[in-house]
Every structure is written in C-alpha cells, then in structure tokens.
Design a protein around this ligand. Structure first.
Ligand code: RB5
Length: 144
C-alpha cells in the first residue's frame, strides 16, 4: 500500500500520479489535500509518514511546490528515509542504496511524464542490502 499526499502546490501532480497508480494496479491511500486551497505541507507530511512508520503503508509519496518542504518534514519522522528525486537515476539509486521509503517531488518543478517515470523507478526497484544495509543502519543510528 502506498500513502500519497500533497499540499496545494502539489495537488495537480498528485492527481496525475494517482491516475498512474490506478492504471498500474497499485493500492494507495490518498492522504490529501483534496483541492487547491492553501494548506500547510507539514500537516500532510505527518499523515503520510505516520502511515509508513505505523506499517499501514510500505512507501509514501509526498508532493509540494518544490518537494523540499515535504522532504524536510518527512525526514524529521523517525524511521523515514525520504528522497527528493527529480530524475529517474536518483529514484532507482535511492531505492537500491538508501532503502528510501518516501519519495518527494516538486509539482512546480518537473513535468508529469518525468514524474511518472520517477514514481515507476521508485516503486519497482528494491533495496540491494549487503554493504548498503551497513550504511543504512549507520544512517538510522544517527536518529538516536
Ligand atoms: C507553497 O507555496 C510552497 O511553499 C510549498 O508547496 C512547498 O514548495 C514548500 O516547500
């Protein structure tokens, strides 16, 4: 299950990404926002990240105007490894090497076709483990 959320700056792109998830058979839960009225991105980041850290969802997607605010908020949550990706190579690598569990993107930064390709890489690549697991464990120990 994928948790997806946005603020007003990411609403248009979130709608497109939800269509992509539907077309490709992914289960998702839409954590809002549900229109283009102004809303504070930390509130939505909290809802999406809680679903991931509670184990209800295995991955999250957060979209705001730049993706940056969502990324900063997401990475404040223990257990979240959020990656800002505006290219497909990073989306693949952050799954394989960083075991990222949240993807952030800027709806005012990238086009919808590139965003769909980024989501595809993020959702279809697995963590490679091994030496990367050692590094991810060290990363997570920085939370303490
Ligand atoms: C909202 O105007 C904008 O600040 C927000 O979508 C995001 O870009 C913040 O990082």
């Amino acid at each position: 299950m994928i948790a997806i959320g946005c603020d007003h700056g990411g609403f248009e792109l979130k709608t497109i990404i939800i269509e992509y998830l539907k077309e490709n058979g992914y289960d998702y839960t839409d954590c809002g926002t549900y229109d283009e009225n102004s809303i504070d991105y930390p509130d939505i980041a909290k809802v999406v990240c809680s679903k991931v850290t509670d184990g209800i969802c295995d991955k999250g997607i957060l979209i705001c105007g730049t993706g940056i605010g969502m990324n900063m908020c997401a990475n404040k949550h223990a257990g979240i490894r959020a990656a800002q990706c505006h290219d497909t190579f990073s989306a693949k690598m952050t799954r394989q090497h960083n075991d990222a569990n949240v993807l952030t993107m800027g709806g005012r930064v990238i086009g919808c076709e590139l965003a769909k390709d980024i989501v595809k890489e993020f959702l279809t690549n697995d963590f490679l483990g091994g030496r990367h697991e050692v590094r991810v464990n060290k990363m997570m120990s920085l939370e303490n």
